[in-house]
Design a protein around this ligand. Structure first.
Ligand code: RM4
Ligand code: MN
Ligand code: MN
Length: 397
């Protein structure tokens, strides 16, 4: 009986859990010291969406792919029809649209925070175009991450830049269709090493509120200082109805973009727990975009992505097993040991057999990683792509 209930809970959790893949996670990326090229890496939108389609085919839970405008739609609106066609053919849909406000030379001193009004204007224009592209791609979320900041004390007017950000974000928000959302990401440092304009969740929350009602906060799990209590941030954003989505990855030191749960799976579990406990207590369904933001330099890119999806499913399923009634009672008593055990019991439950059964019930491979290894897909793309992937500069300087 208990087993049946447990399996039903896992099935229900997995039925509603979807996670978005990042197109850039399939491309050759590197550290600032250089790139290690992989012969199978995707170089074009066609290849990135093909790889994402393969992950979705094997896992069944990644129907959308986040796109970075400059990398995937370099000709802007002109590329929309092509990308839609490729996505259709590869069995995925365009997901969040990520404007690029950090790569052009003119963003050397910032984008929305640039002291030059012309540069700010062009940055806003780029976001307008991204919103229009998102609309034509039927993408709901426009996801903003800013590299803006400064490296030396006194070199930037922090208060003035805050005002410019508010103005630019309001202008961007005004362009949204009623169904679209603006997600605002924060990051404490890098590439700027003295101050970052949107450095933490409080600043992102402020900016989202200043932008307008359809702006929400995006939590990238790698964008926090060590020991920061991310699940508390999540809990606060939930009650404020300001949690828009996640960029999942793991970190040890800074923005390490490591595989989700590879360093601290309990932290991801605790994040999911806060979300599910909130839903249980309020009866409301949290509307959150779960997205992966990882670049794998050493692991095989597609395998690492399957591994990530698998880990996310496991941790979400475990979090769904918390005995909420028992937890609420123990918190009220308060019975500290019992309350903590509610989380620990769920976290220690082995959900892998139930997940395999859920996959079988959907006609999916029970072990998607093994299925990928047997599929011959990697060998095929390696042969197709090795030629164009072996060239190109990998140097730091
Ligand atoms: C940042 C951030 C953004 C991503 C860029 C490329 O660190 O995580 O989400 O778009 O990297
Ligand atoms: Mn991110
Ligand atoms: Mn990042």
């Amino acid at each position: 009986m208990k087993t049946r209930v447990f399996q039903e809970q896992v099935f229900q959790a997995l039925d509603r859990f979807r996670i978005e893949l990042p197109s850039w996670g399939f491309a050759n990326t590197g550290t600032r010291f250089g790139k290690f090229l992989q012969p199978a890496a995707a170089a074009t939108a066609e290849e990135k969406l093909a790889d994402a389609g393969e992950v979705n085919k094997l896992t069944g839970v990644c129907p959308t792919v986040a796109l970075h405008v400059l990398w995937d739609l370099p000709n802007g609106l002109e590329d929309v029809a092509k990308v839609r066609e490729i996505a259709d053919r590869r069995g995925v849909r365009p997901g969040s649209i990520n404007p690029n406000l950090f790569q052009d030379q003119e963003y050397k001193y910032g984008s929305f925070g640039n002291p030059d009004a012309d540069v700010r204007g062009r940055a806003v224009q780029h976001v307008y175009e991204s919103i229009a592209m998102a609309r034509r791609l039927h993408s709901r979320d426009i996801s903003l991450w800013f590299a803006d900041g400064s490296n030396y004390p006194g070199t930037a007017n922090i208060r003035q830049r805050k005002l410019w950000f508010e103005e630019c974000l309001q202008a961007a928000h005004a362009q949204l269709s009623p169904e679209q959302r603006l997600l605002i990401e924060y990051k404490p440092f890098e590439p700027a090493f003295y101050h970052t304009d949107i450095a933490d969740w409080g600043m992102a929350l402020h900016m989202a509120r200043a932008a307008g009602p359809r702006a929400k906060v995006l939590v990238d799990t790698g964008h926090h200082y060590a020991t920061q209590n991310i699940e508390q941030i999540v809990a606060w954003l939930l009650v404020e109805n300001m949690l828009g989505g996640f960029h999942f990855n793991d970190r040890r030191y800074a923005d390490d973009d490591l595989t989700l749960g590879s360093i601290d799976p309990y932290q991801v579990f605790r994040i999911f727990h806060e979300i599910l406990f909130f839903e249980w207590e309020t009866g409301a369904a949290a509307d959150i975009a779960y997205m992966i933001d990882q670049s794998h330099n050493l692991k095989g890119k597609i395998e690492a992505m399957i591994q990530t999806v698998n880990m996310a499913q496991q941790l979400f399923a475990k979090a769904s097993l918390v005995d909420y009634e028992g937890l609420a009672a123990a918190q009220k008593a308060p019975d500290l040991i019992r309350a903590e055990a509610c989380l620990q019991d769920a976290f220690s439950t082995d959900v892998r057999p139930a997940i395999a059964e859920w996959r079988a019930s959907k006609g999916l491979p029970q072990d998607p990683l093994e299925a990928f290894r047997q599929s011959g897909y990697l060998e095929r793309i390696t042969a197709e792509r090795a030629g164009h992937n072996s060239s190109g500069s990998t140097a730091y300087a």
